[in-house]
Ligand binder design. Structure first.
Ligand SMILES: [Zn+2]
Length: 385
């Protein structure tokens, strides 16, 4: 089943299959992935033994709750993340980091099989959701070479493959963006290439504020089809959120004449390979080859919430070949609905709400302690102590 994964992703037909087919295929993929990690990863099998689960126990969605999840904090500790590996460390070709807003970055190891699947899935998702090939991209980031390990940069680098030209708003780390130059460059594209603005929401927001104060009341209509694609958090480090999504939509319509259909956000995390991209109705589609399970905040390991209700996001990611892709994240969100979206695609629609804070992280932290204990005991056994 996992051998079919790349073809399935590349073809993208699964987005238009009915819910019943998607649900069946997805369960088979998750089950195959669980079986693979269970058989190939001694340490993960140990955890499964502790929770008394074997692959044969997974027959329906209700059984997924039994699959042991990797707490996301485990990716912050080098010893832990090495113990999580299903493949030998020498097979790891890339280490992908989270932006580490909390200080300590998460690092996720990717082997060549995982990287192949990621590459195909990113390009496939771009082709599915963003008609941008052959256009011009203005990237609201610093050049990727300065932060190449960041997961978000991988998304940006892949997008550049299809562009006829692109530039970055910041040349060197620490330099302020030269918004006058950026505006001129964007307007220079008019009538030549459709120009898209892509990157950090706070930089795009600052750019709009710059234009509003420098050219009050003036509009700079971009060519029809221009998109704004935001990637990354909606906060500056440690700050409160910038503005609401509706406010950003309004500002982009006022200044650049960009409609909501062409304003899209991407939700991604370094530890998972399931990138959720927005369709023209600003709905975040969970890729149909993976599954988002919303868990009860008090009891995330045993209780899944119904569609529509908020909780802690657990991810089932069959793309991960390097380590089990079953993750308990630190994010709060909800499945808005599962079924046919207005855009015609089927699947789960996810809404990110916020990072888990305070008491909400208690059950996750307790689980992390238990998880580390099992692993540390395992490590002692392996060292013959
Ligand atoms: Zn949609």
């Amino acid at each position: 089943m996992l051998n079919q994964l790349i073809n399935m992703i590349f073809e993208r037909k699964i987005f238009y299959e009915n819910s019943y087919d998607i649900i069946n295929k997805r369960l088979k993929l998750i089950k195959a992935s669980f079986e693979y990690h269970y058989n190939a990863n001694k340490n993960y099998r140990e955890i499964c033994n502790k929770y008394n689960i074997i692959p044969g126990d997974i027959t329906n969605y209700g059984d997924l709750i039994k699959i042991p999840l990797i707490p996301i904090d485990a990716f912050k500790i080098e010893a832990e993340r090495k113990l999580l590996l299903t493949v030998p460390m020498e097979n790891i070709r890339q280490q992908v980091e989270s932006s580490g807003t909390s200080g300590i970055p998460s690092i996720s190891y990717k082997d060549i099989v995982t990287l192949d699947r990621i590459a195909v899935s990113i390009l496939s998702l771009y082709r599915e959701f963003f008609p941008i090939i052959g256009d011009y991209g203005m990237f609201f980031t610093i050049p990727p070479k300065y932060i190449a390990k960041l997961g978000l940069m991988k998304l940006i680098t892949f997008m550049q493959v299809g562009f006829s030209g692109f530039d970055y708003v910041i040349d060197l780390p620490g330099d302020p963006p030269d918004f006058d130059r950026i505006l001129k460059e964007i307007l220079d594209q008019k009538g030549k290439s459709i120009c898209h603005l892509i990157g950090a929401p706070f930089l795009i927001y600052d750019f709009i504020q710059f234009i509003k104060s420098r050219y009050p009341g003036k509009r700079f209509d971009l060519d029809p089809g221009s998109m704004v694609i935001t990637i990354g958090g909606w906060k500056r480090k440690g700050d409160s959120p910038l503005c609401t999504r509706d406010e950003l939509n309004g500002l982009l319509a006022d200044i650049f004449n960009i409609s909501n259909f062409n304003i899209r956000d991407i939700f991604a995390m370094a530890e998972s390979n399931l990138f959720t991209m927005e369709c023209e109705y600003q709905q975040k589609h969970v890729p149909p080859w993976g599954y988002f399970s919303i868990r009860n905040i008090e009891n995330p390991l045993e209780k899944e919430e119904l569609s529509g209700k908020s909780g802690i996001l657990a991810i089932f990611d069959p793309l991960n070949n390097s380590s089990p892709g079953f993750i308990l994240s630190g994010d709060i969100g909800r499945i808005v609905f599962e079924g046919k979206c207005k855009c015609g695609r089927f699947g789960q629609i996810f809404q990110f709400e916020r990072r888990a804070v305070g008491a909400e992280t208690r059950s996750c932290a307790l689980y992390m302690d238990e998880f580390i204990n099992i692993y540390q005991n395992k490590g002692k056994m392996e060292n013959g102590k």
